[in-house]
Design a protein around this ligand. Structure first.
Ligand SMILES: [Zn+2]
Length: 317
């Protein structure tokens, strides 16, 4: 059942399954919910359900479903310019013209507006013209992280589908299978920070995976005293977000402190701490820890990641 691709949100899935079976298709849908709550997944499933040529809609296997689910159906059109901060009004005007051209191969023509929260008032007024007299085959799906940013006249014309947070158990199961390498603590941490939205938890764990690789690269470069490898780790960090940068530097301090412990004859507990302990002196380690701690304080005090990265390139060379 393709609707299973979207976790949770049982009521929305049941309602849409019933409506699609009866071919009750609205002209306007508003899918609202925070980042990572599954709005895009639901929009693709809804489009597939409308365009589907199979029995149970969406069947997930007919060619219309497969194209819609892959964002490759000629009658499922995304209206956006991701390079622009706001959705340009010209795009809405082009859509108005395009919508009177009959569908290519389906009985419907579906337009997806992925950034409802970034539509200014003039853009929304242009959209209203469409909402006032849509062609019979036209379906319009607006996604938004904030329904309040839409004009009441736009919102009132739409069937609103509000995404809901997932129960912790369901999130945990999904994340364990998607991130088999992540520790139970990492998964619990991601769930706590995700607000119950799978996409946000996935992003946190993906960042953690990237950070783990980055930490490994740093420790290898630092242990080998390889200045070039160290630059390769530090340079890209000038573009990191401050929180991620602080988290990463704290991780380095933990491992170097562990290596320092190992140098005084205790057992190291963190990966690669032994390698660092065997190649750098006590004095080196104490100095690096001091530099890193100073840098973490700078970062907390609003020094930019670019300046932090530059300072570390000099201080850890
Ligand atoms: Zn189908």
């Amino acid at each position: 059942m393709p609707f299973d691709q979207l976790l949770g949100n049982r009521r929305i899935k049941e309602n849409l399954t019933g409506a699609l079976a009866r071919r009750h298709i609205a002209h306007f849908y508003l899918i609202s919910g925070p980042k990572g709550s599954g709005k895009h997944t639901l929009a693709r499933l809804l489009a597939a359900g409308i365009l589907c040529q199979g029995q149970e809609k969406p069947c997930g296997v007919c060619s219309a479903c497969r194209k819609a689910l892959n964002n490759a159906h000629p009658d499922f059109i995304t209206v956006d310019d991701p390079d622009k901060k706001h959705v340009p009004i010209d795009l809405i005007r082009q859509t108005t013209a395009d919508m009177y051209v009959r569908p290519n191969e389906a009985n419907h023509k579906i337009y997806l507006f992925p950034r409802g929260e970034d539509m200014g008032i003039p853009t929304q007024n242009a959209l209203l013209k469409i909402l006032e007299e849509p062609p019979s085959y036209g379906v319009f799906i607006i996604l938004t992280t904030n329904s309040d940013k839409l004009l009441p006249t736009v919102r009132s014309r739409c069937t609103e589908l509000a995404m809901t947070a997932l129960p912790e158990e369901q999130l945990k199961n999904a994340l364990h299978s998607q991130f088999p390498q992540a520790s139970p603590q990492q998964i619990a941490g991601a769930i706590a920070r995700s607000g119950g939205y799978l996409g946000q938890a996935q992003e946190i764990l993906q960042e953690a995976e990237g950070a783990t690789k980055n930490t490994e690269d740093f420790l290898h470069a630092y242990a080998r005293q390889d200045a070039f490898a160290l630059l390769k780790v530090l340079c890209p960090m000038e573009k990191w977000k401050r929180d991620a940068l602080i988290g990463e530097l704290e991780q380095w301090v933990l491992v170097l402190t562990d290596a320092l412990t190992a140098r005084s004859g205790m057992t190291a507990t963190l990966p690669l701490a032994d390698l660092v302990a065997s190649s750098r002196s006590r004095k080196d380690l104490m100095r690096a820890i001091e530099v890193l701690q100073k840098t973490i304080n700078y970062a907390r005090g609003n020094v930019s990641p670019a300046a932090i990265s530059g300072y570390l390139q000099w201080a850890l060379r």
